[in-house]
Ligand binder design. Structure first.
Ligand code: ADP
Length: 225
């Protein structure tokens, strides 16, 4: 089954994680951030060490490794009953981060919309990253050189993902507005998608109900009064 997915897309500091966490708290949505999965790895394990080596330099972790880890993670979430793909929309943040990853995830993701959080004010984004470094103890944002490198990688490797998906799936949202305004803009996009998914499920449930196509049996005693 391909997961019904909303991709939160944007440069580092555009607010994907902040918005994703809020959306993930809404019933019917499940949020995962690839960067959070990497940060949760045990640093003494080989996987944790590899992820740390790349991310501390502001580089992308190798594609095959990333996609394999992410697929394992999401399957695990399904198995432990945290993620219910039949009824929930997956809110993805931080993956796919280049065209190769988008290709490797083609068999897994059914991308309904790509929400492009656009931030035209570079200074504002760098400010957000610096603030986050202090608040969340993020080493990759603590160093201006690493921040610069991450922004360059976004331009050269990540941005082309926008051309990979059909143009009618891409929706732009101005990420420089207030958090609540950005959230409201995103929710306006999500409401019709979620309602359509629910409607489709309800219809399917009626059709697959045993005896759904047969006339209802007459109640006992019908016609006697
Ligand atoms: P941001 O929200 O600032 O873009 P993330 O938390 O998404 O940062 O990612 C932090 C780091 O984790 C990245 O710089 C990269 O090294 C690594 N990373 C996260 N997601 C991916 C991915 N899909 N592919 C490769 N590396 C990734």
């Amino acid at each position: 089954m391909r997961y019904k997915t909303i991709l939160l897309f944007g440069a580092p500091g555009s607010g994907k994680g902040t918005q994703g966490k809020i959306l993930g708290a809404i019933p019917g949505f499940f949020h995962t951030a690839c960067g959070d999965i990497f940060r949760s790895l045990d640093l003494s394990s080989e996987m944790g060490r590899i992820a740390w080596e790349y991310s501390s330099r502001g580089e992308l972790v190798p594609d095959e490794f990333t996609v394999k880890l992410w697929k394992q993670y999401i399957k695990g979430m399904e198995m432990v009953n945290q993620f219910h793909p039949a009824s929930e929309i997956l809110v993805l943040d931080g993956i796919p981060r280049n065209v190769k990853q988008a290709e490797l995830l083609e068999d897994t993701l059914d991308i309904l919309k790509v929400i492009h959080l656009r931030c035209t004010d570079m200074k504002k984004m760098v400010e957000r990253l610096r603030r986050r470094a202090l608040k969340e103890n993020r080493l990759d944002d603590a160093n201006d050189k690493v921040i610069q490198h991450r922004l360059e990688i976004y331009e050269t490797e990540t941005r082309p993902v926008l051309d990979y998906y059909p143009p009618n799936t891409i929706v732009k949202v101005d990420a420089t507005k207030s958090q609540i305004r950005v959230l409201s803009d995103i929710i306006k996009i999500l409401v019709p998608l979620k309602e359509e998914m629910d409607k489709f499920r309800e219809q399917k449930a009626v059709v697959t109900l045993p005896g759904a196509n047969t006339a209802p049996a007459a109640p006992v005693g019908a016609g006697q009064y």
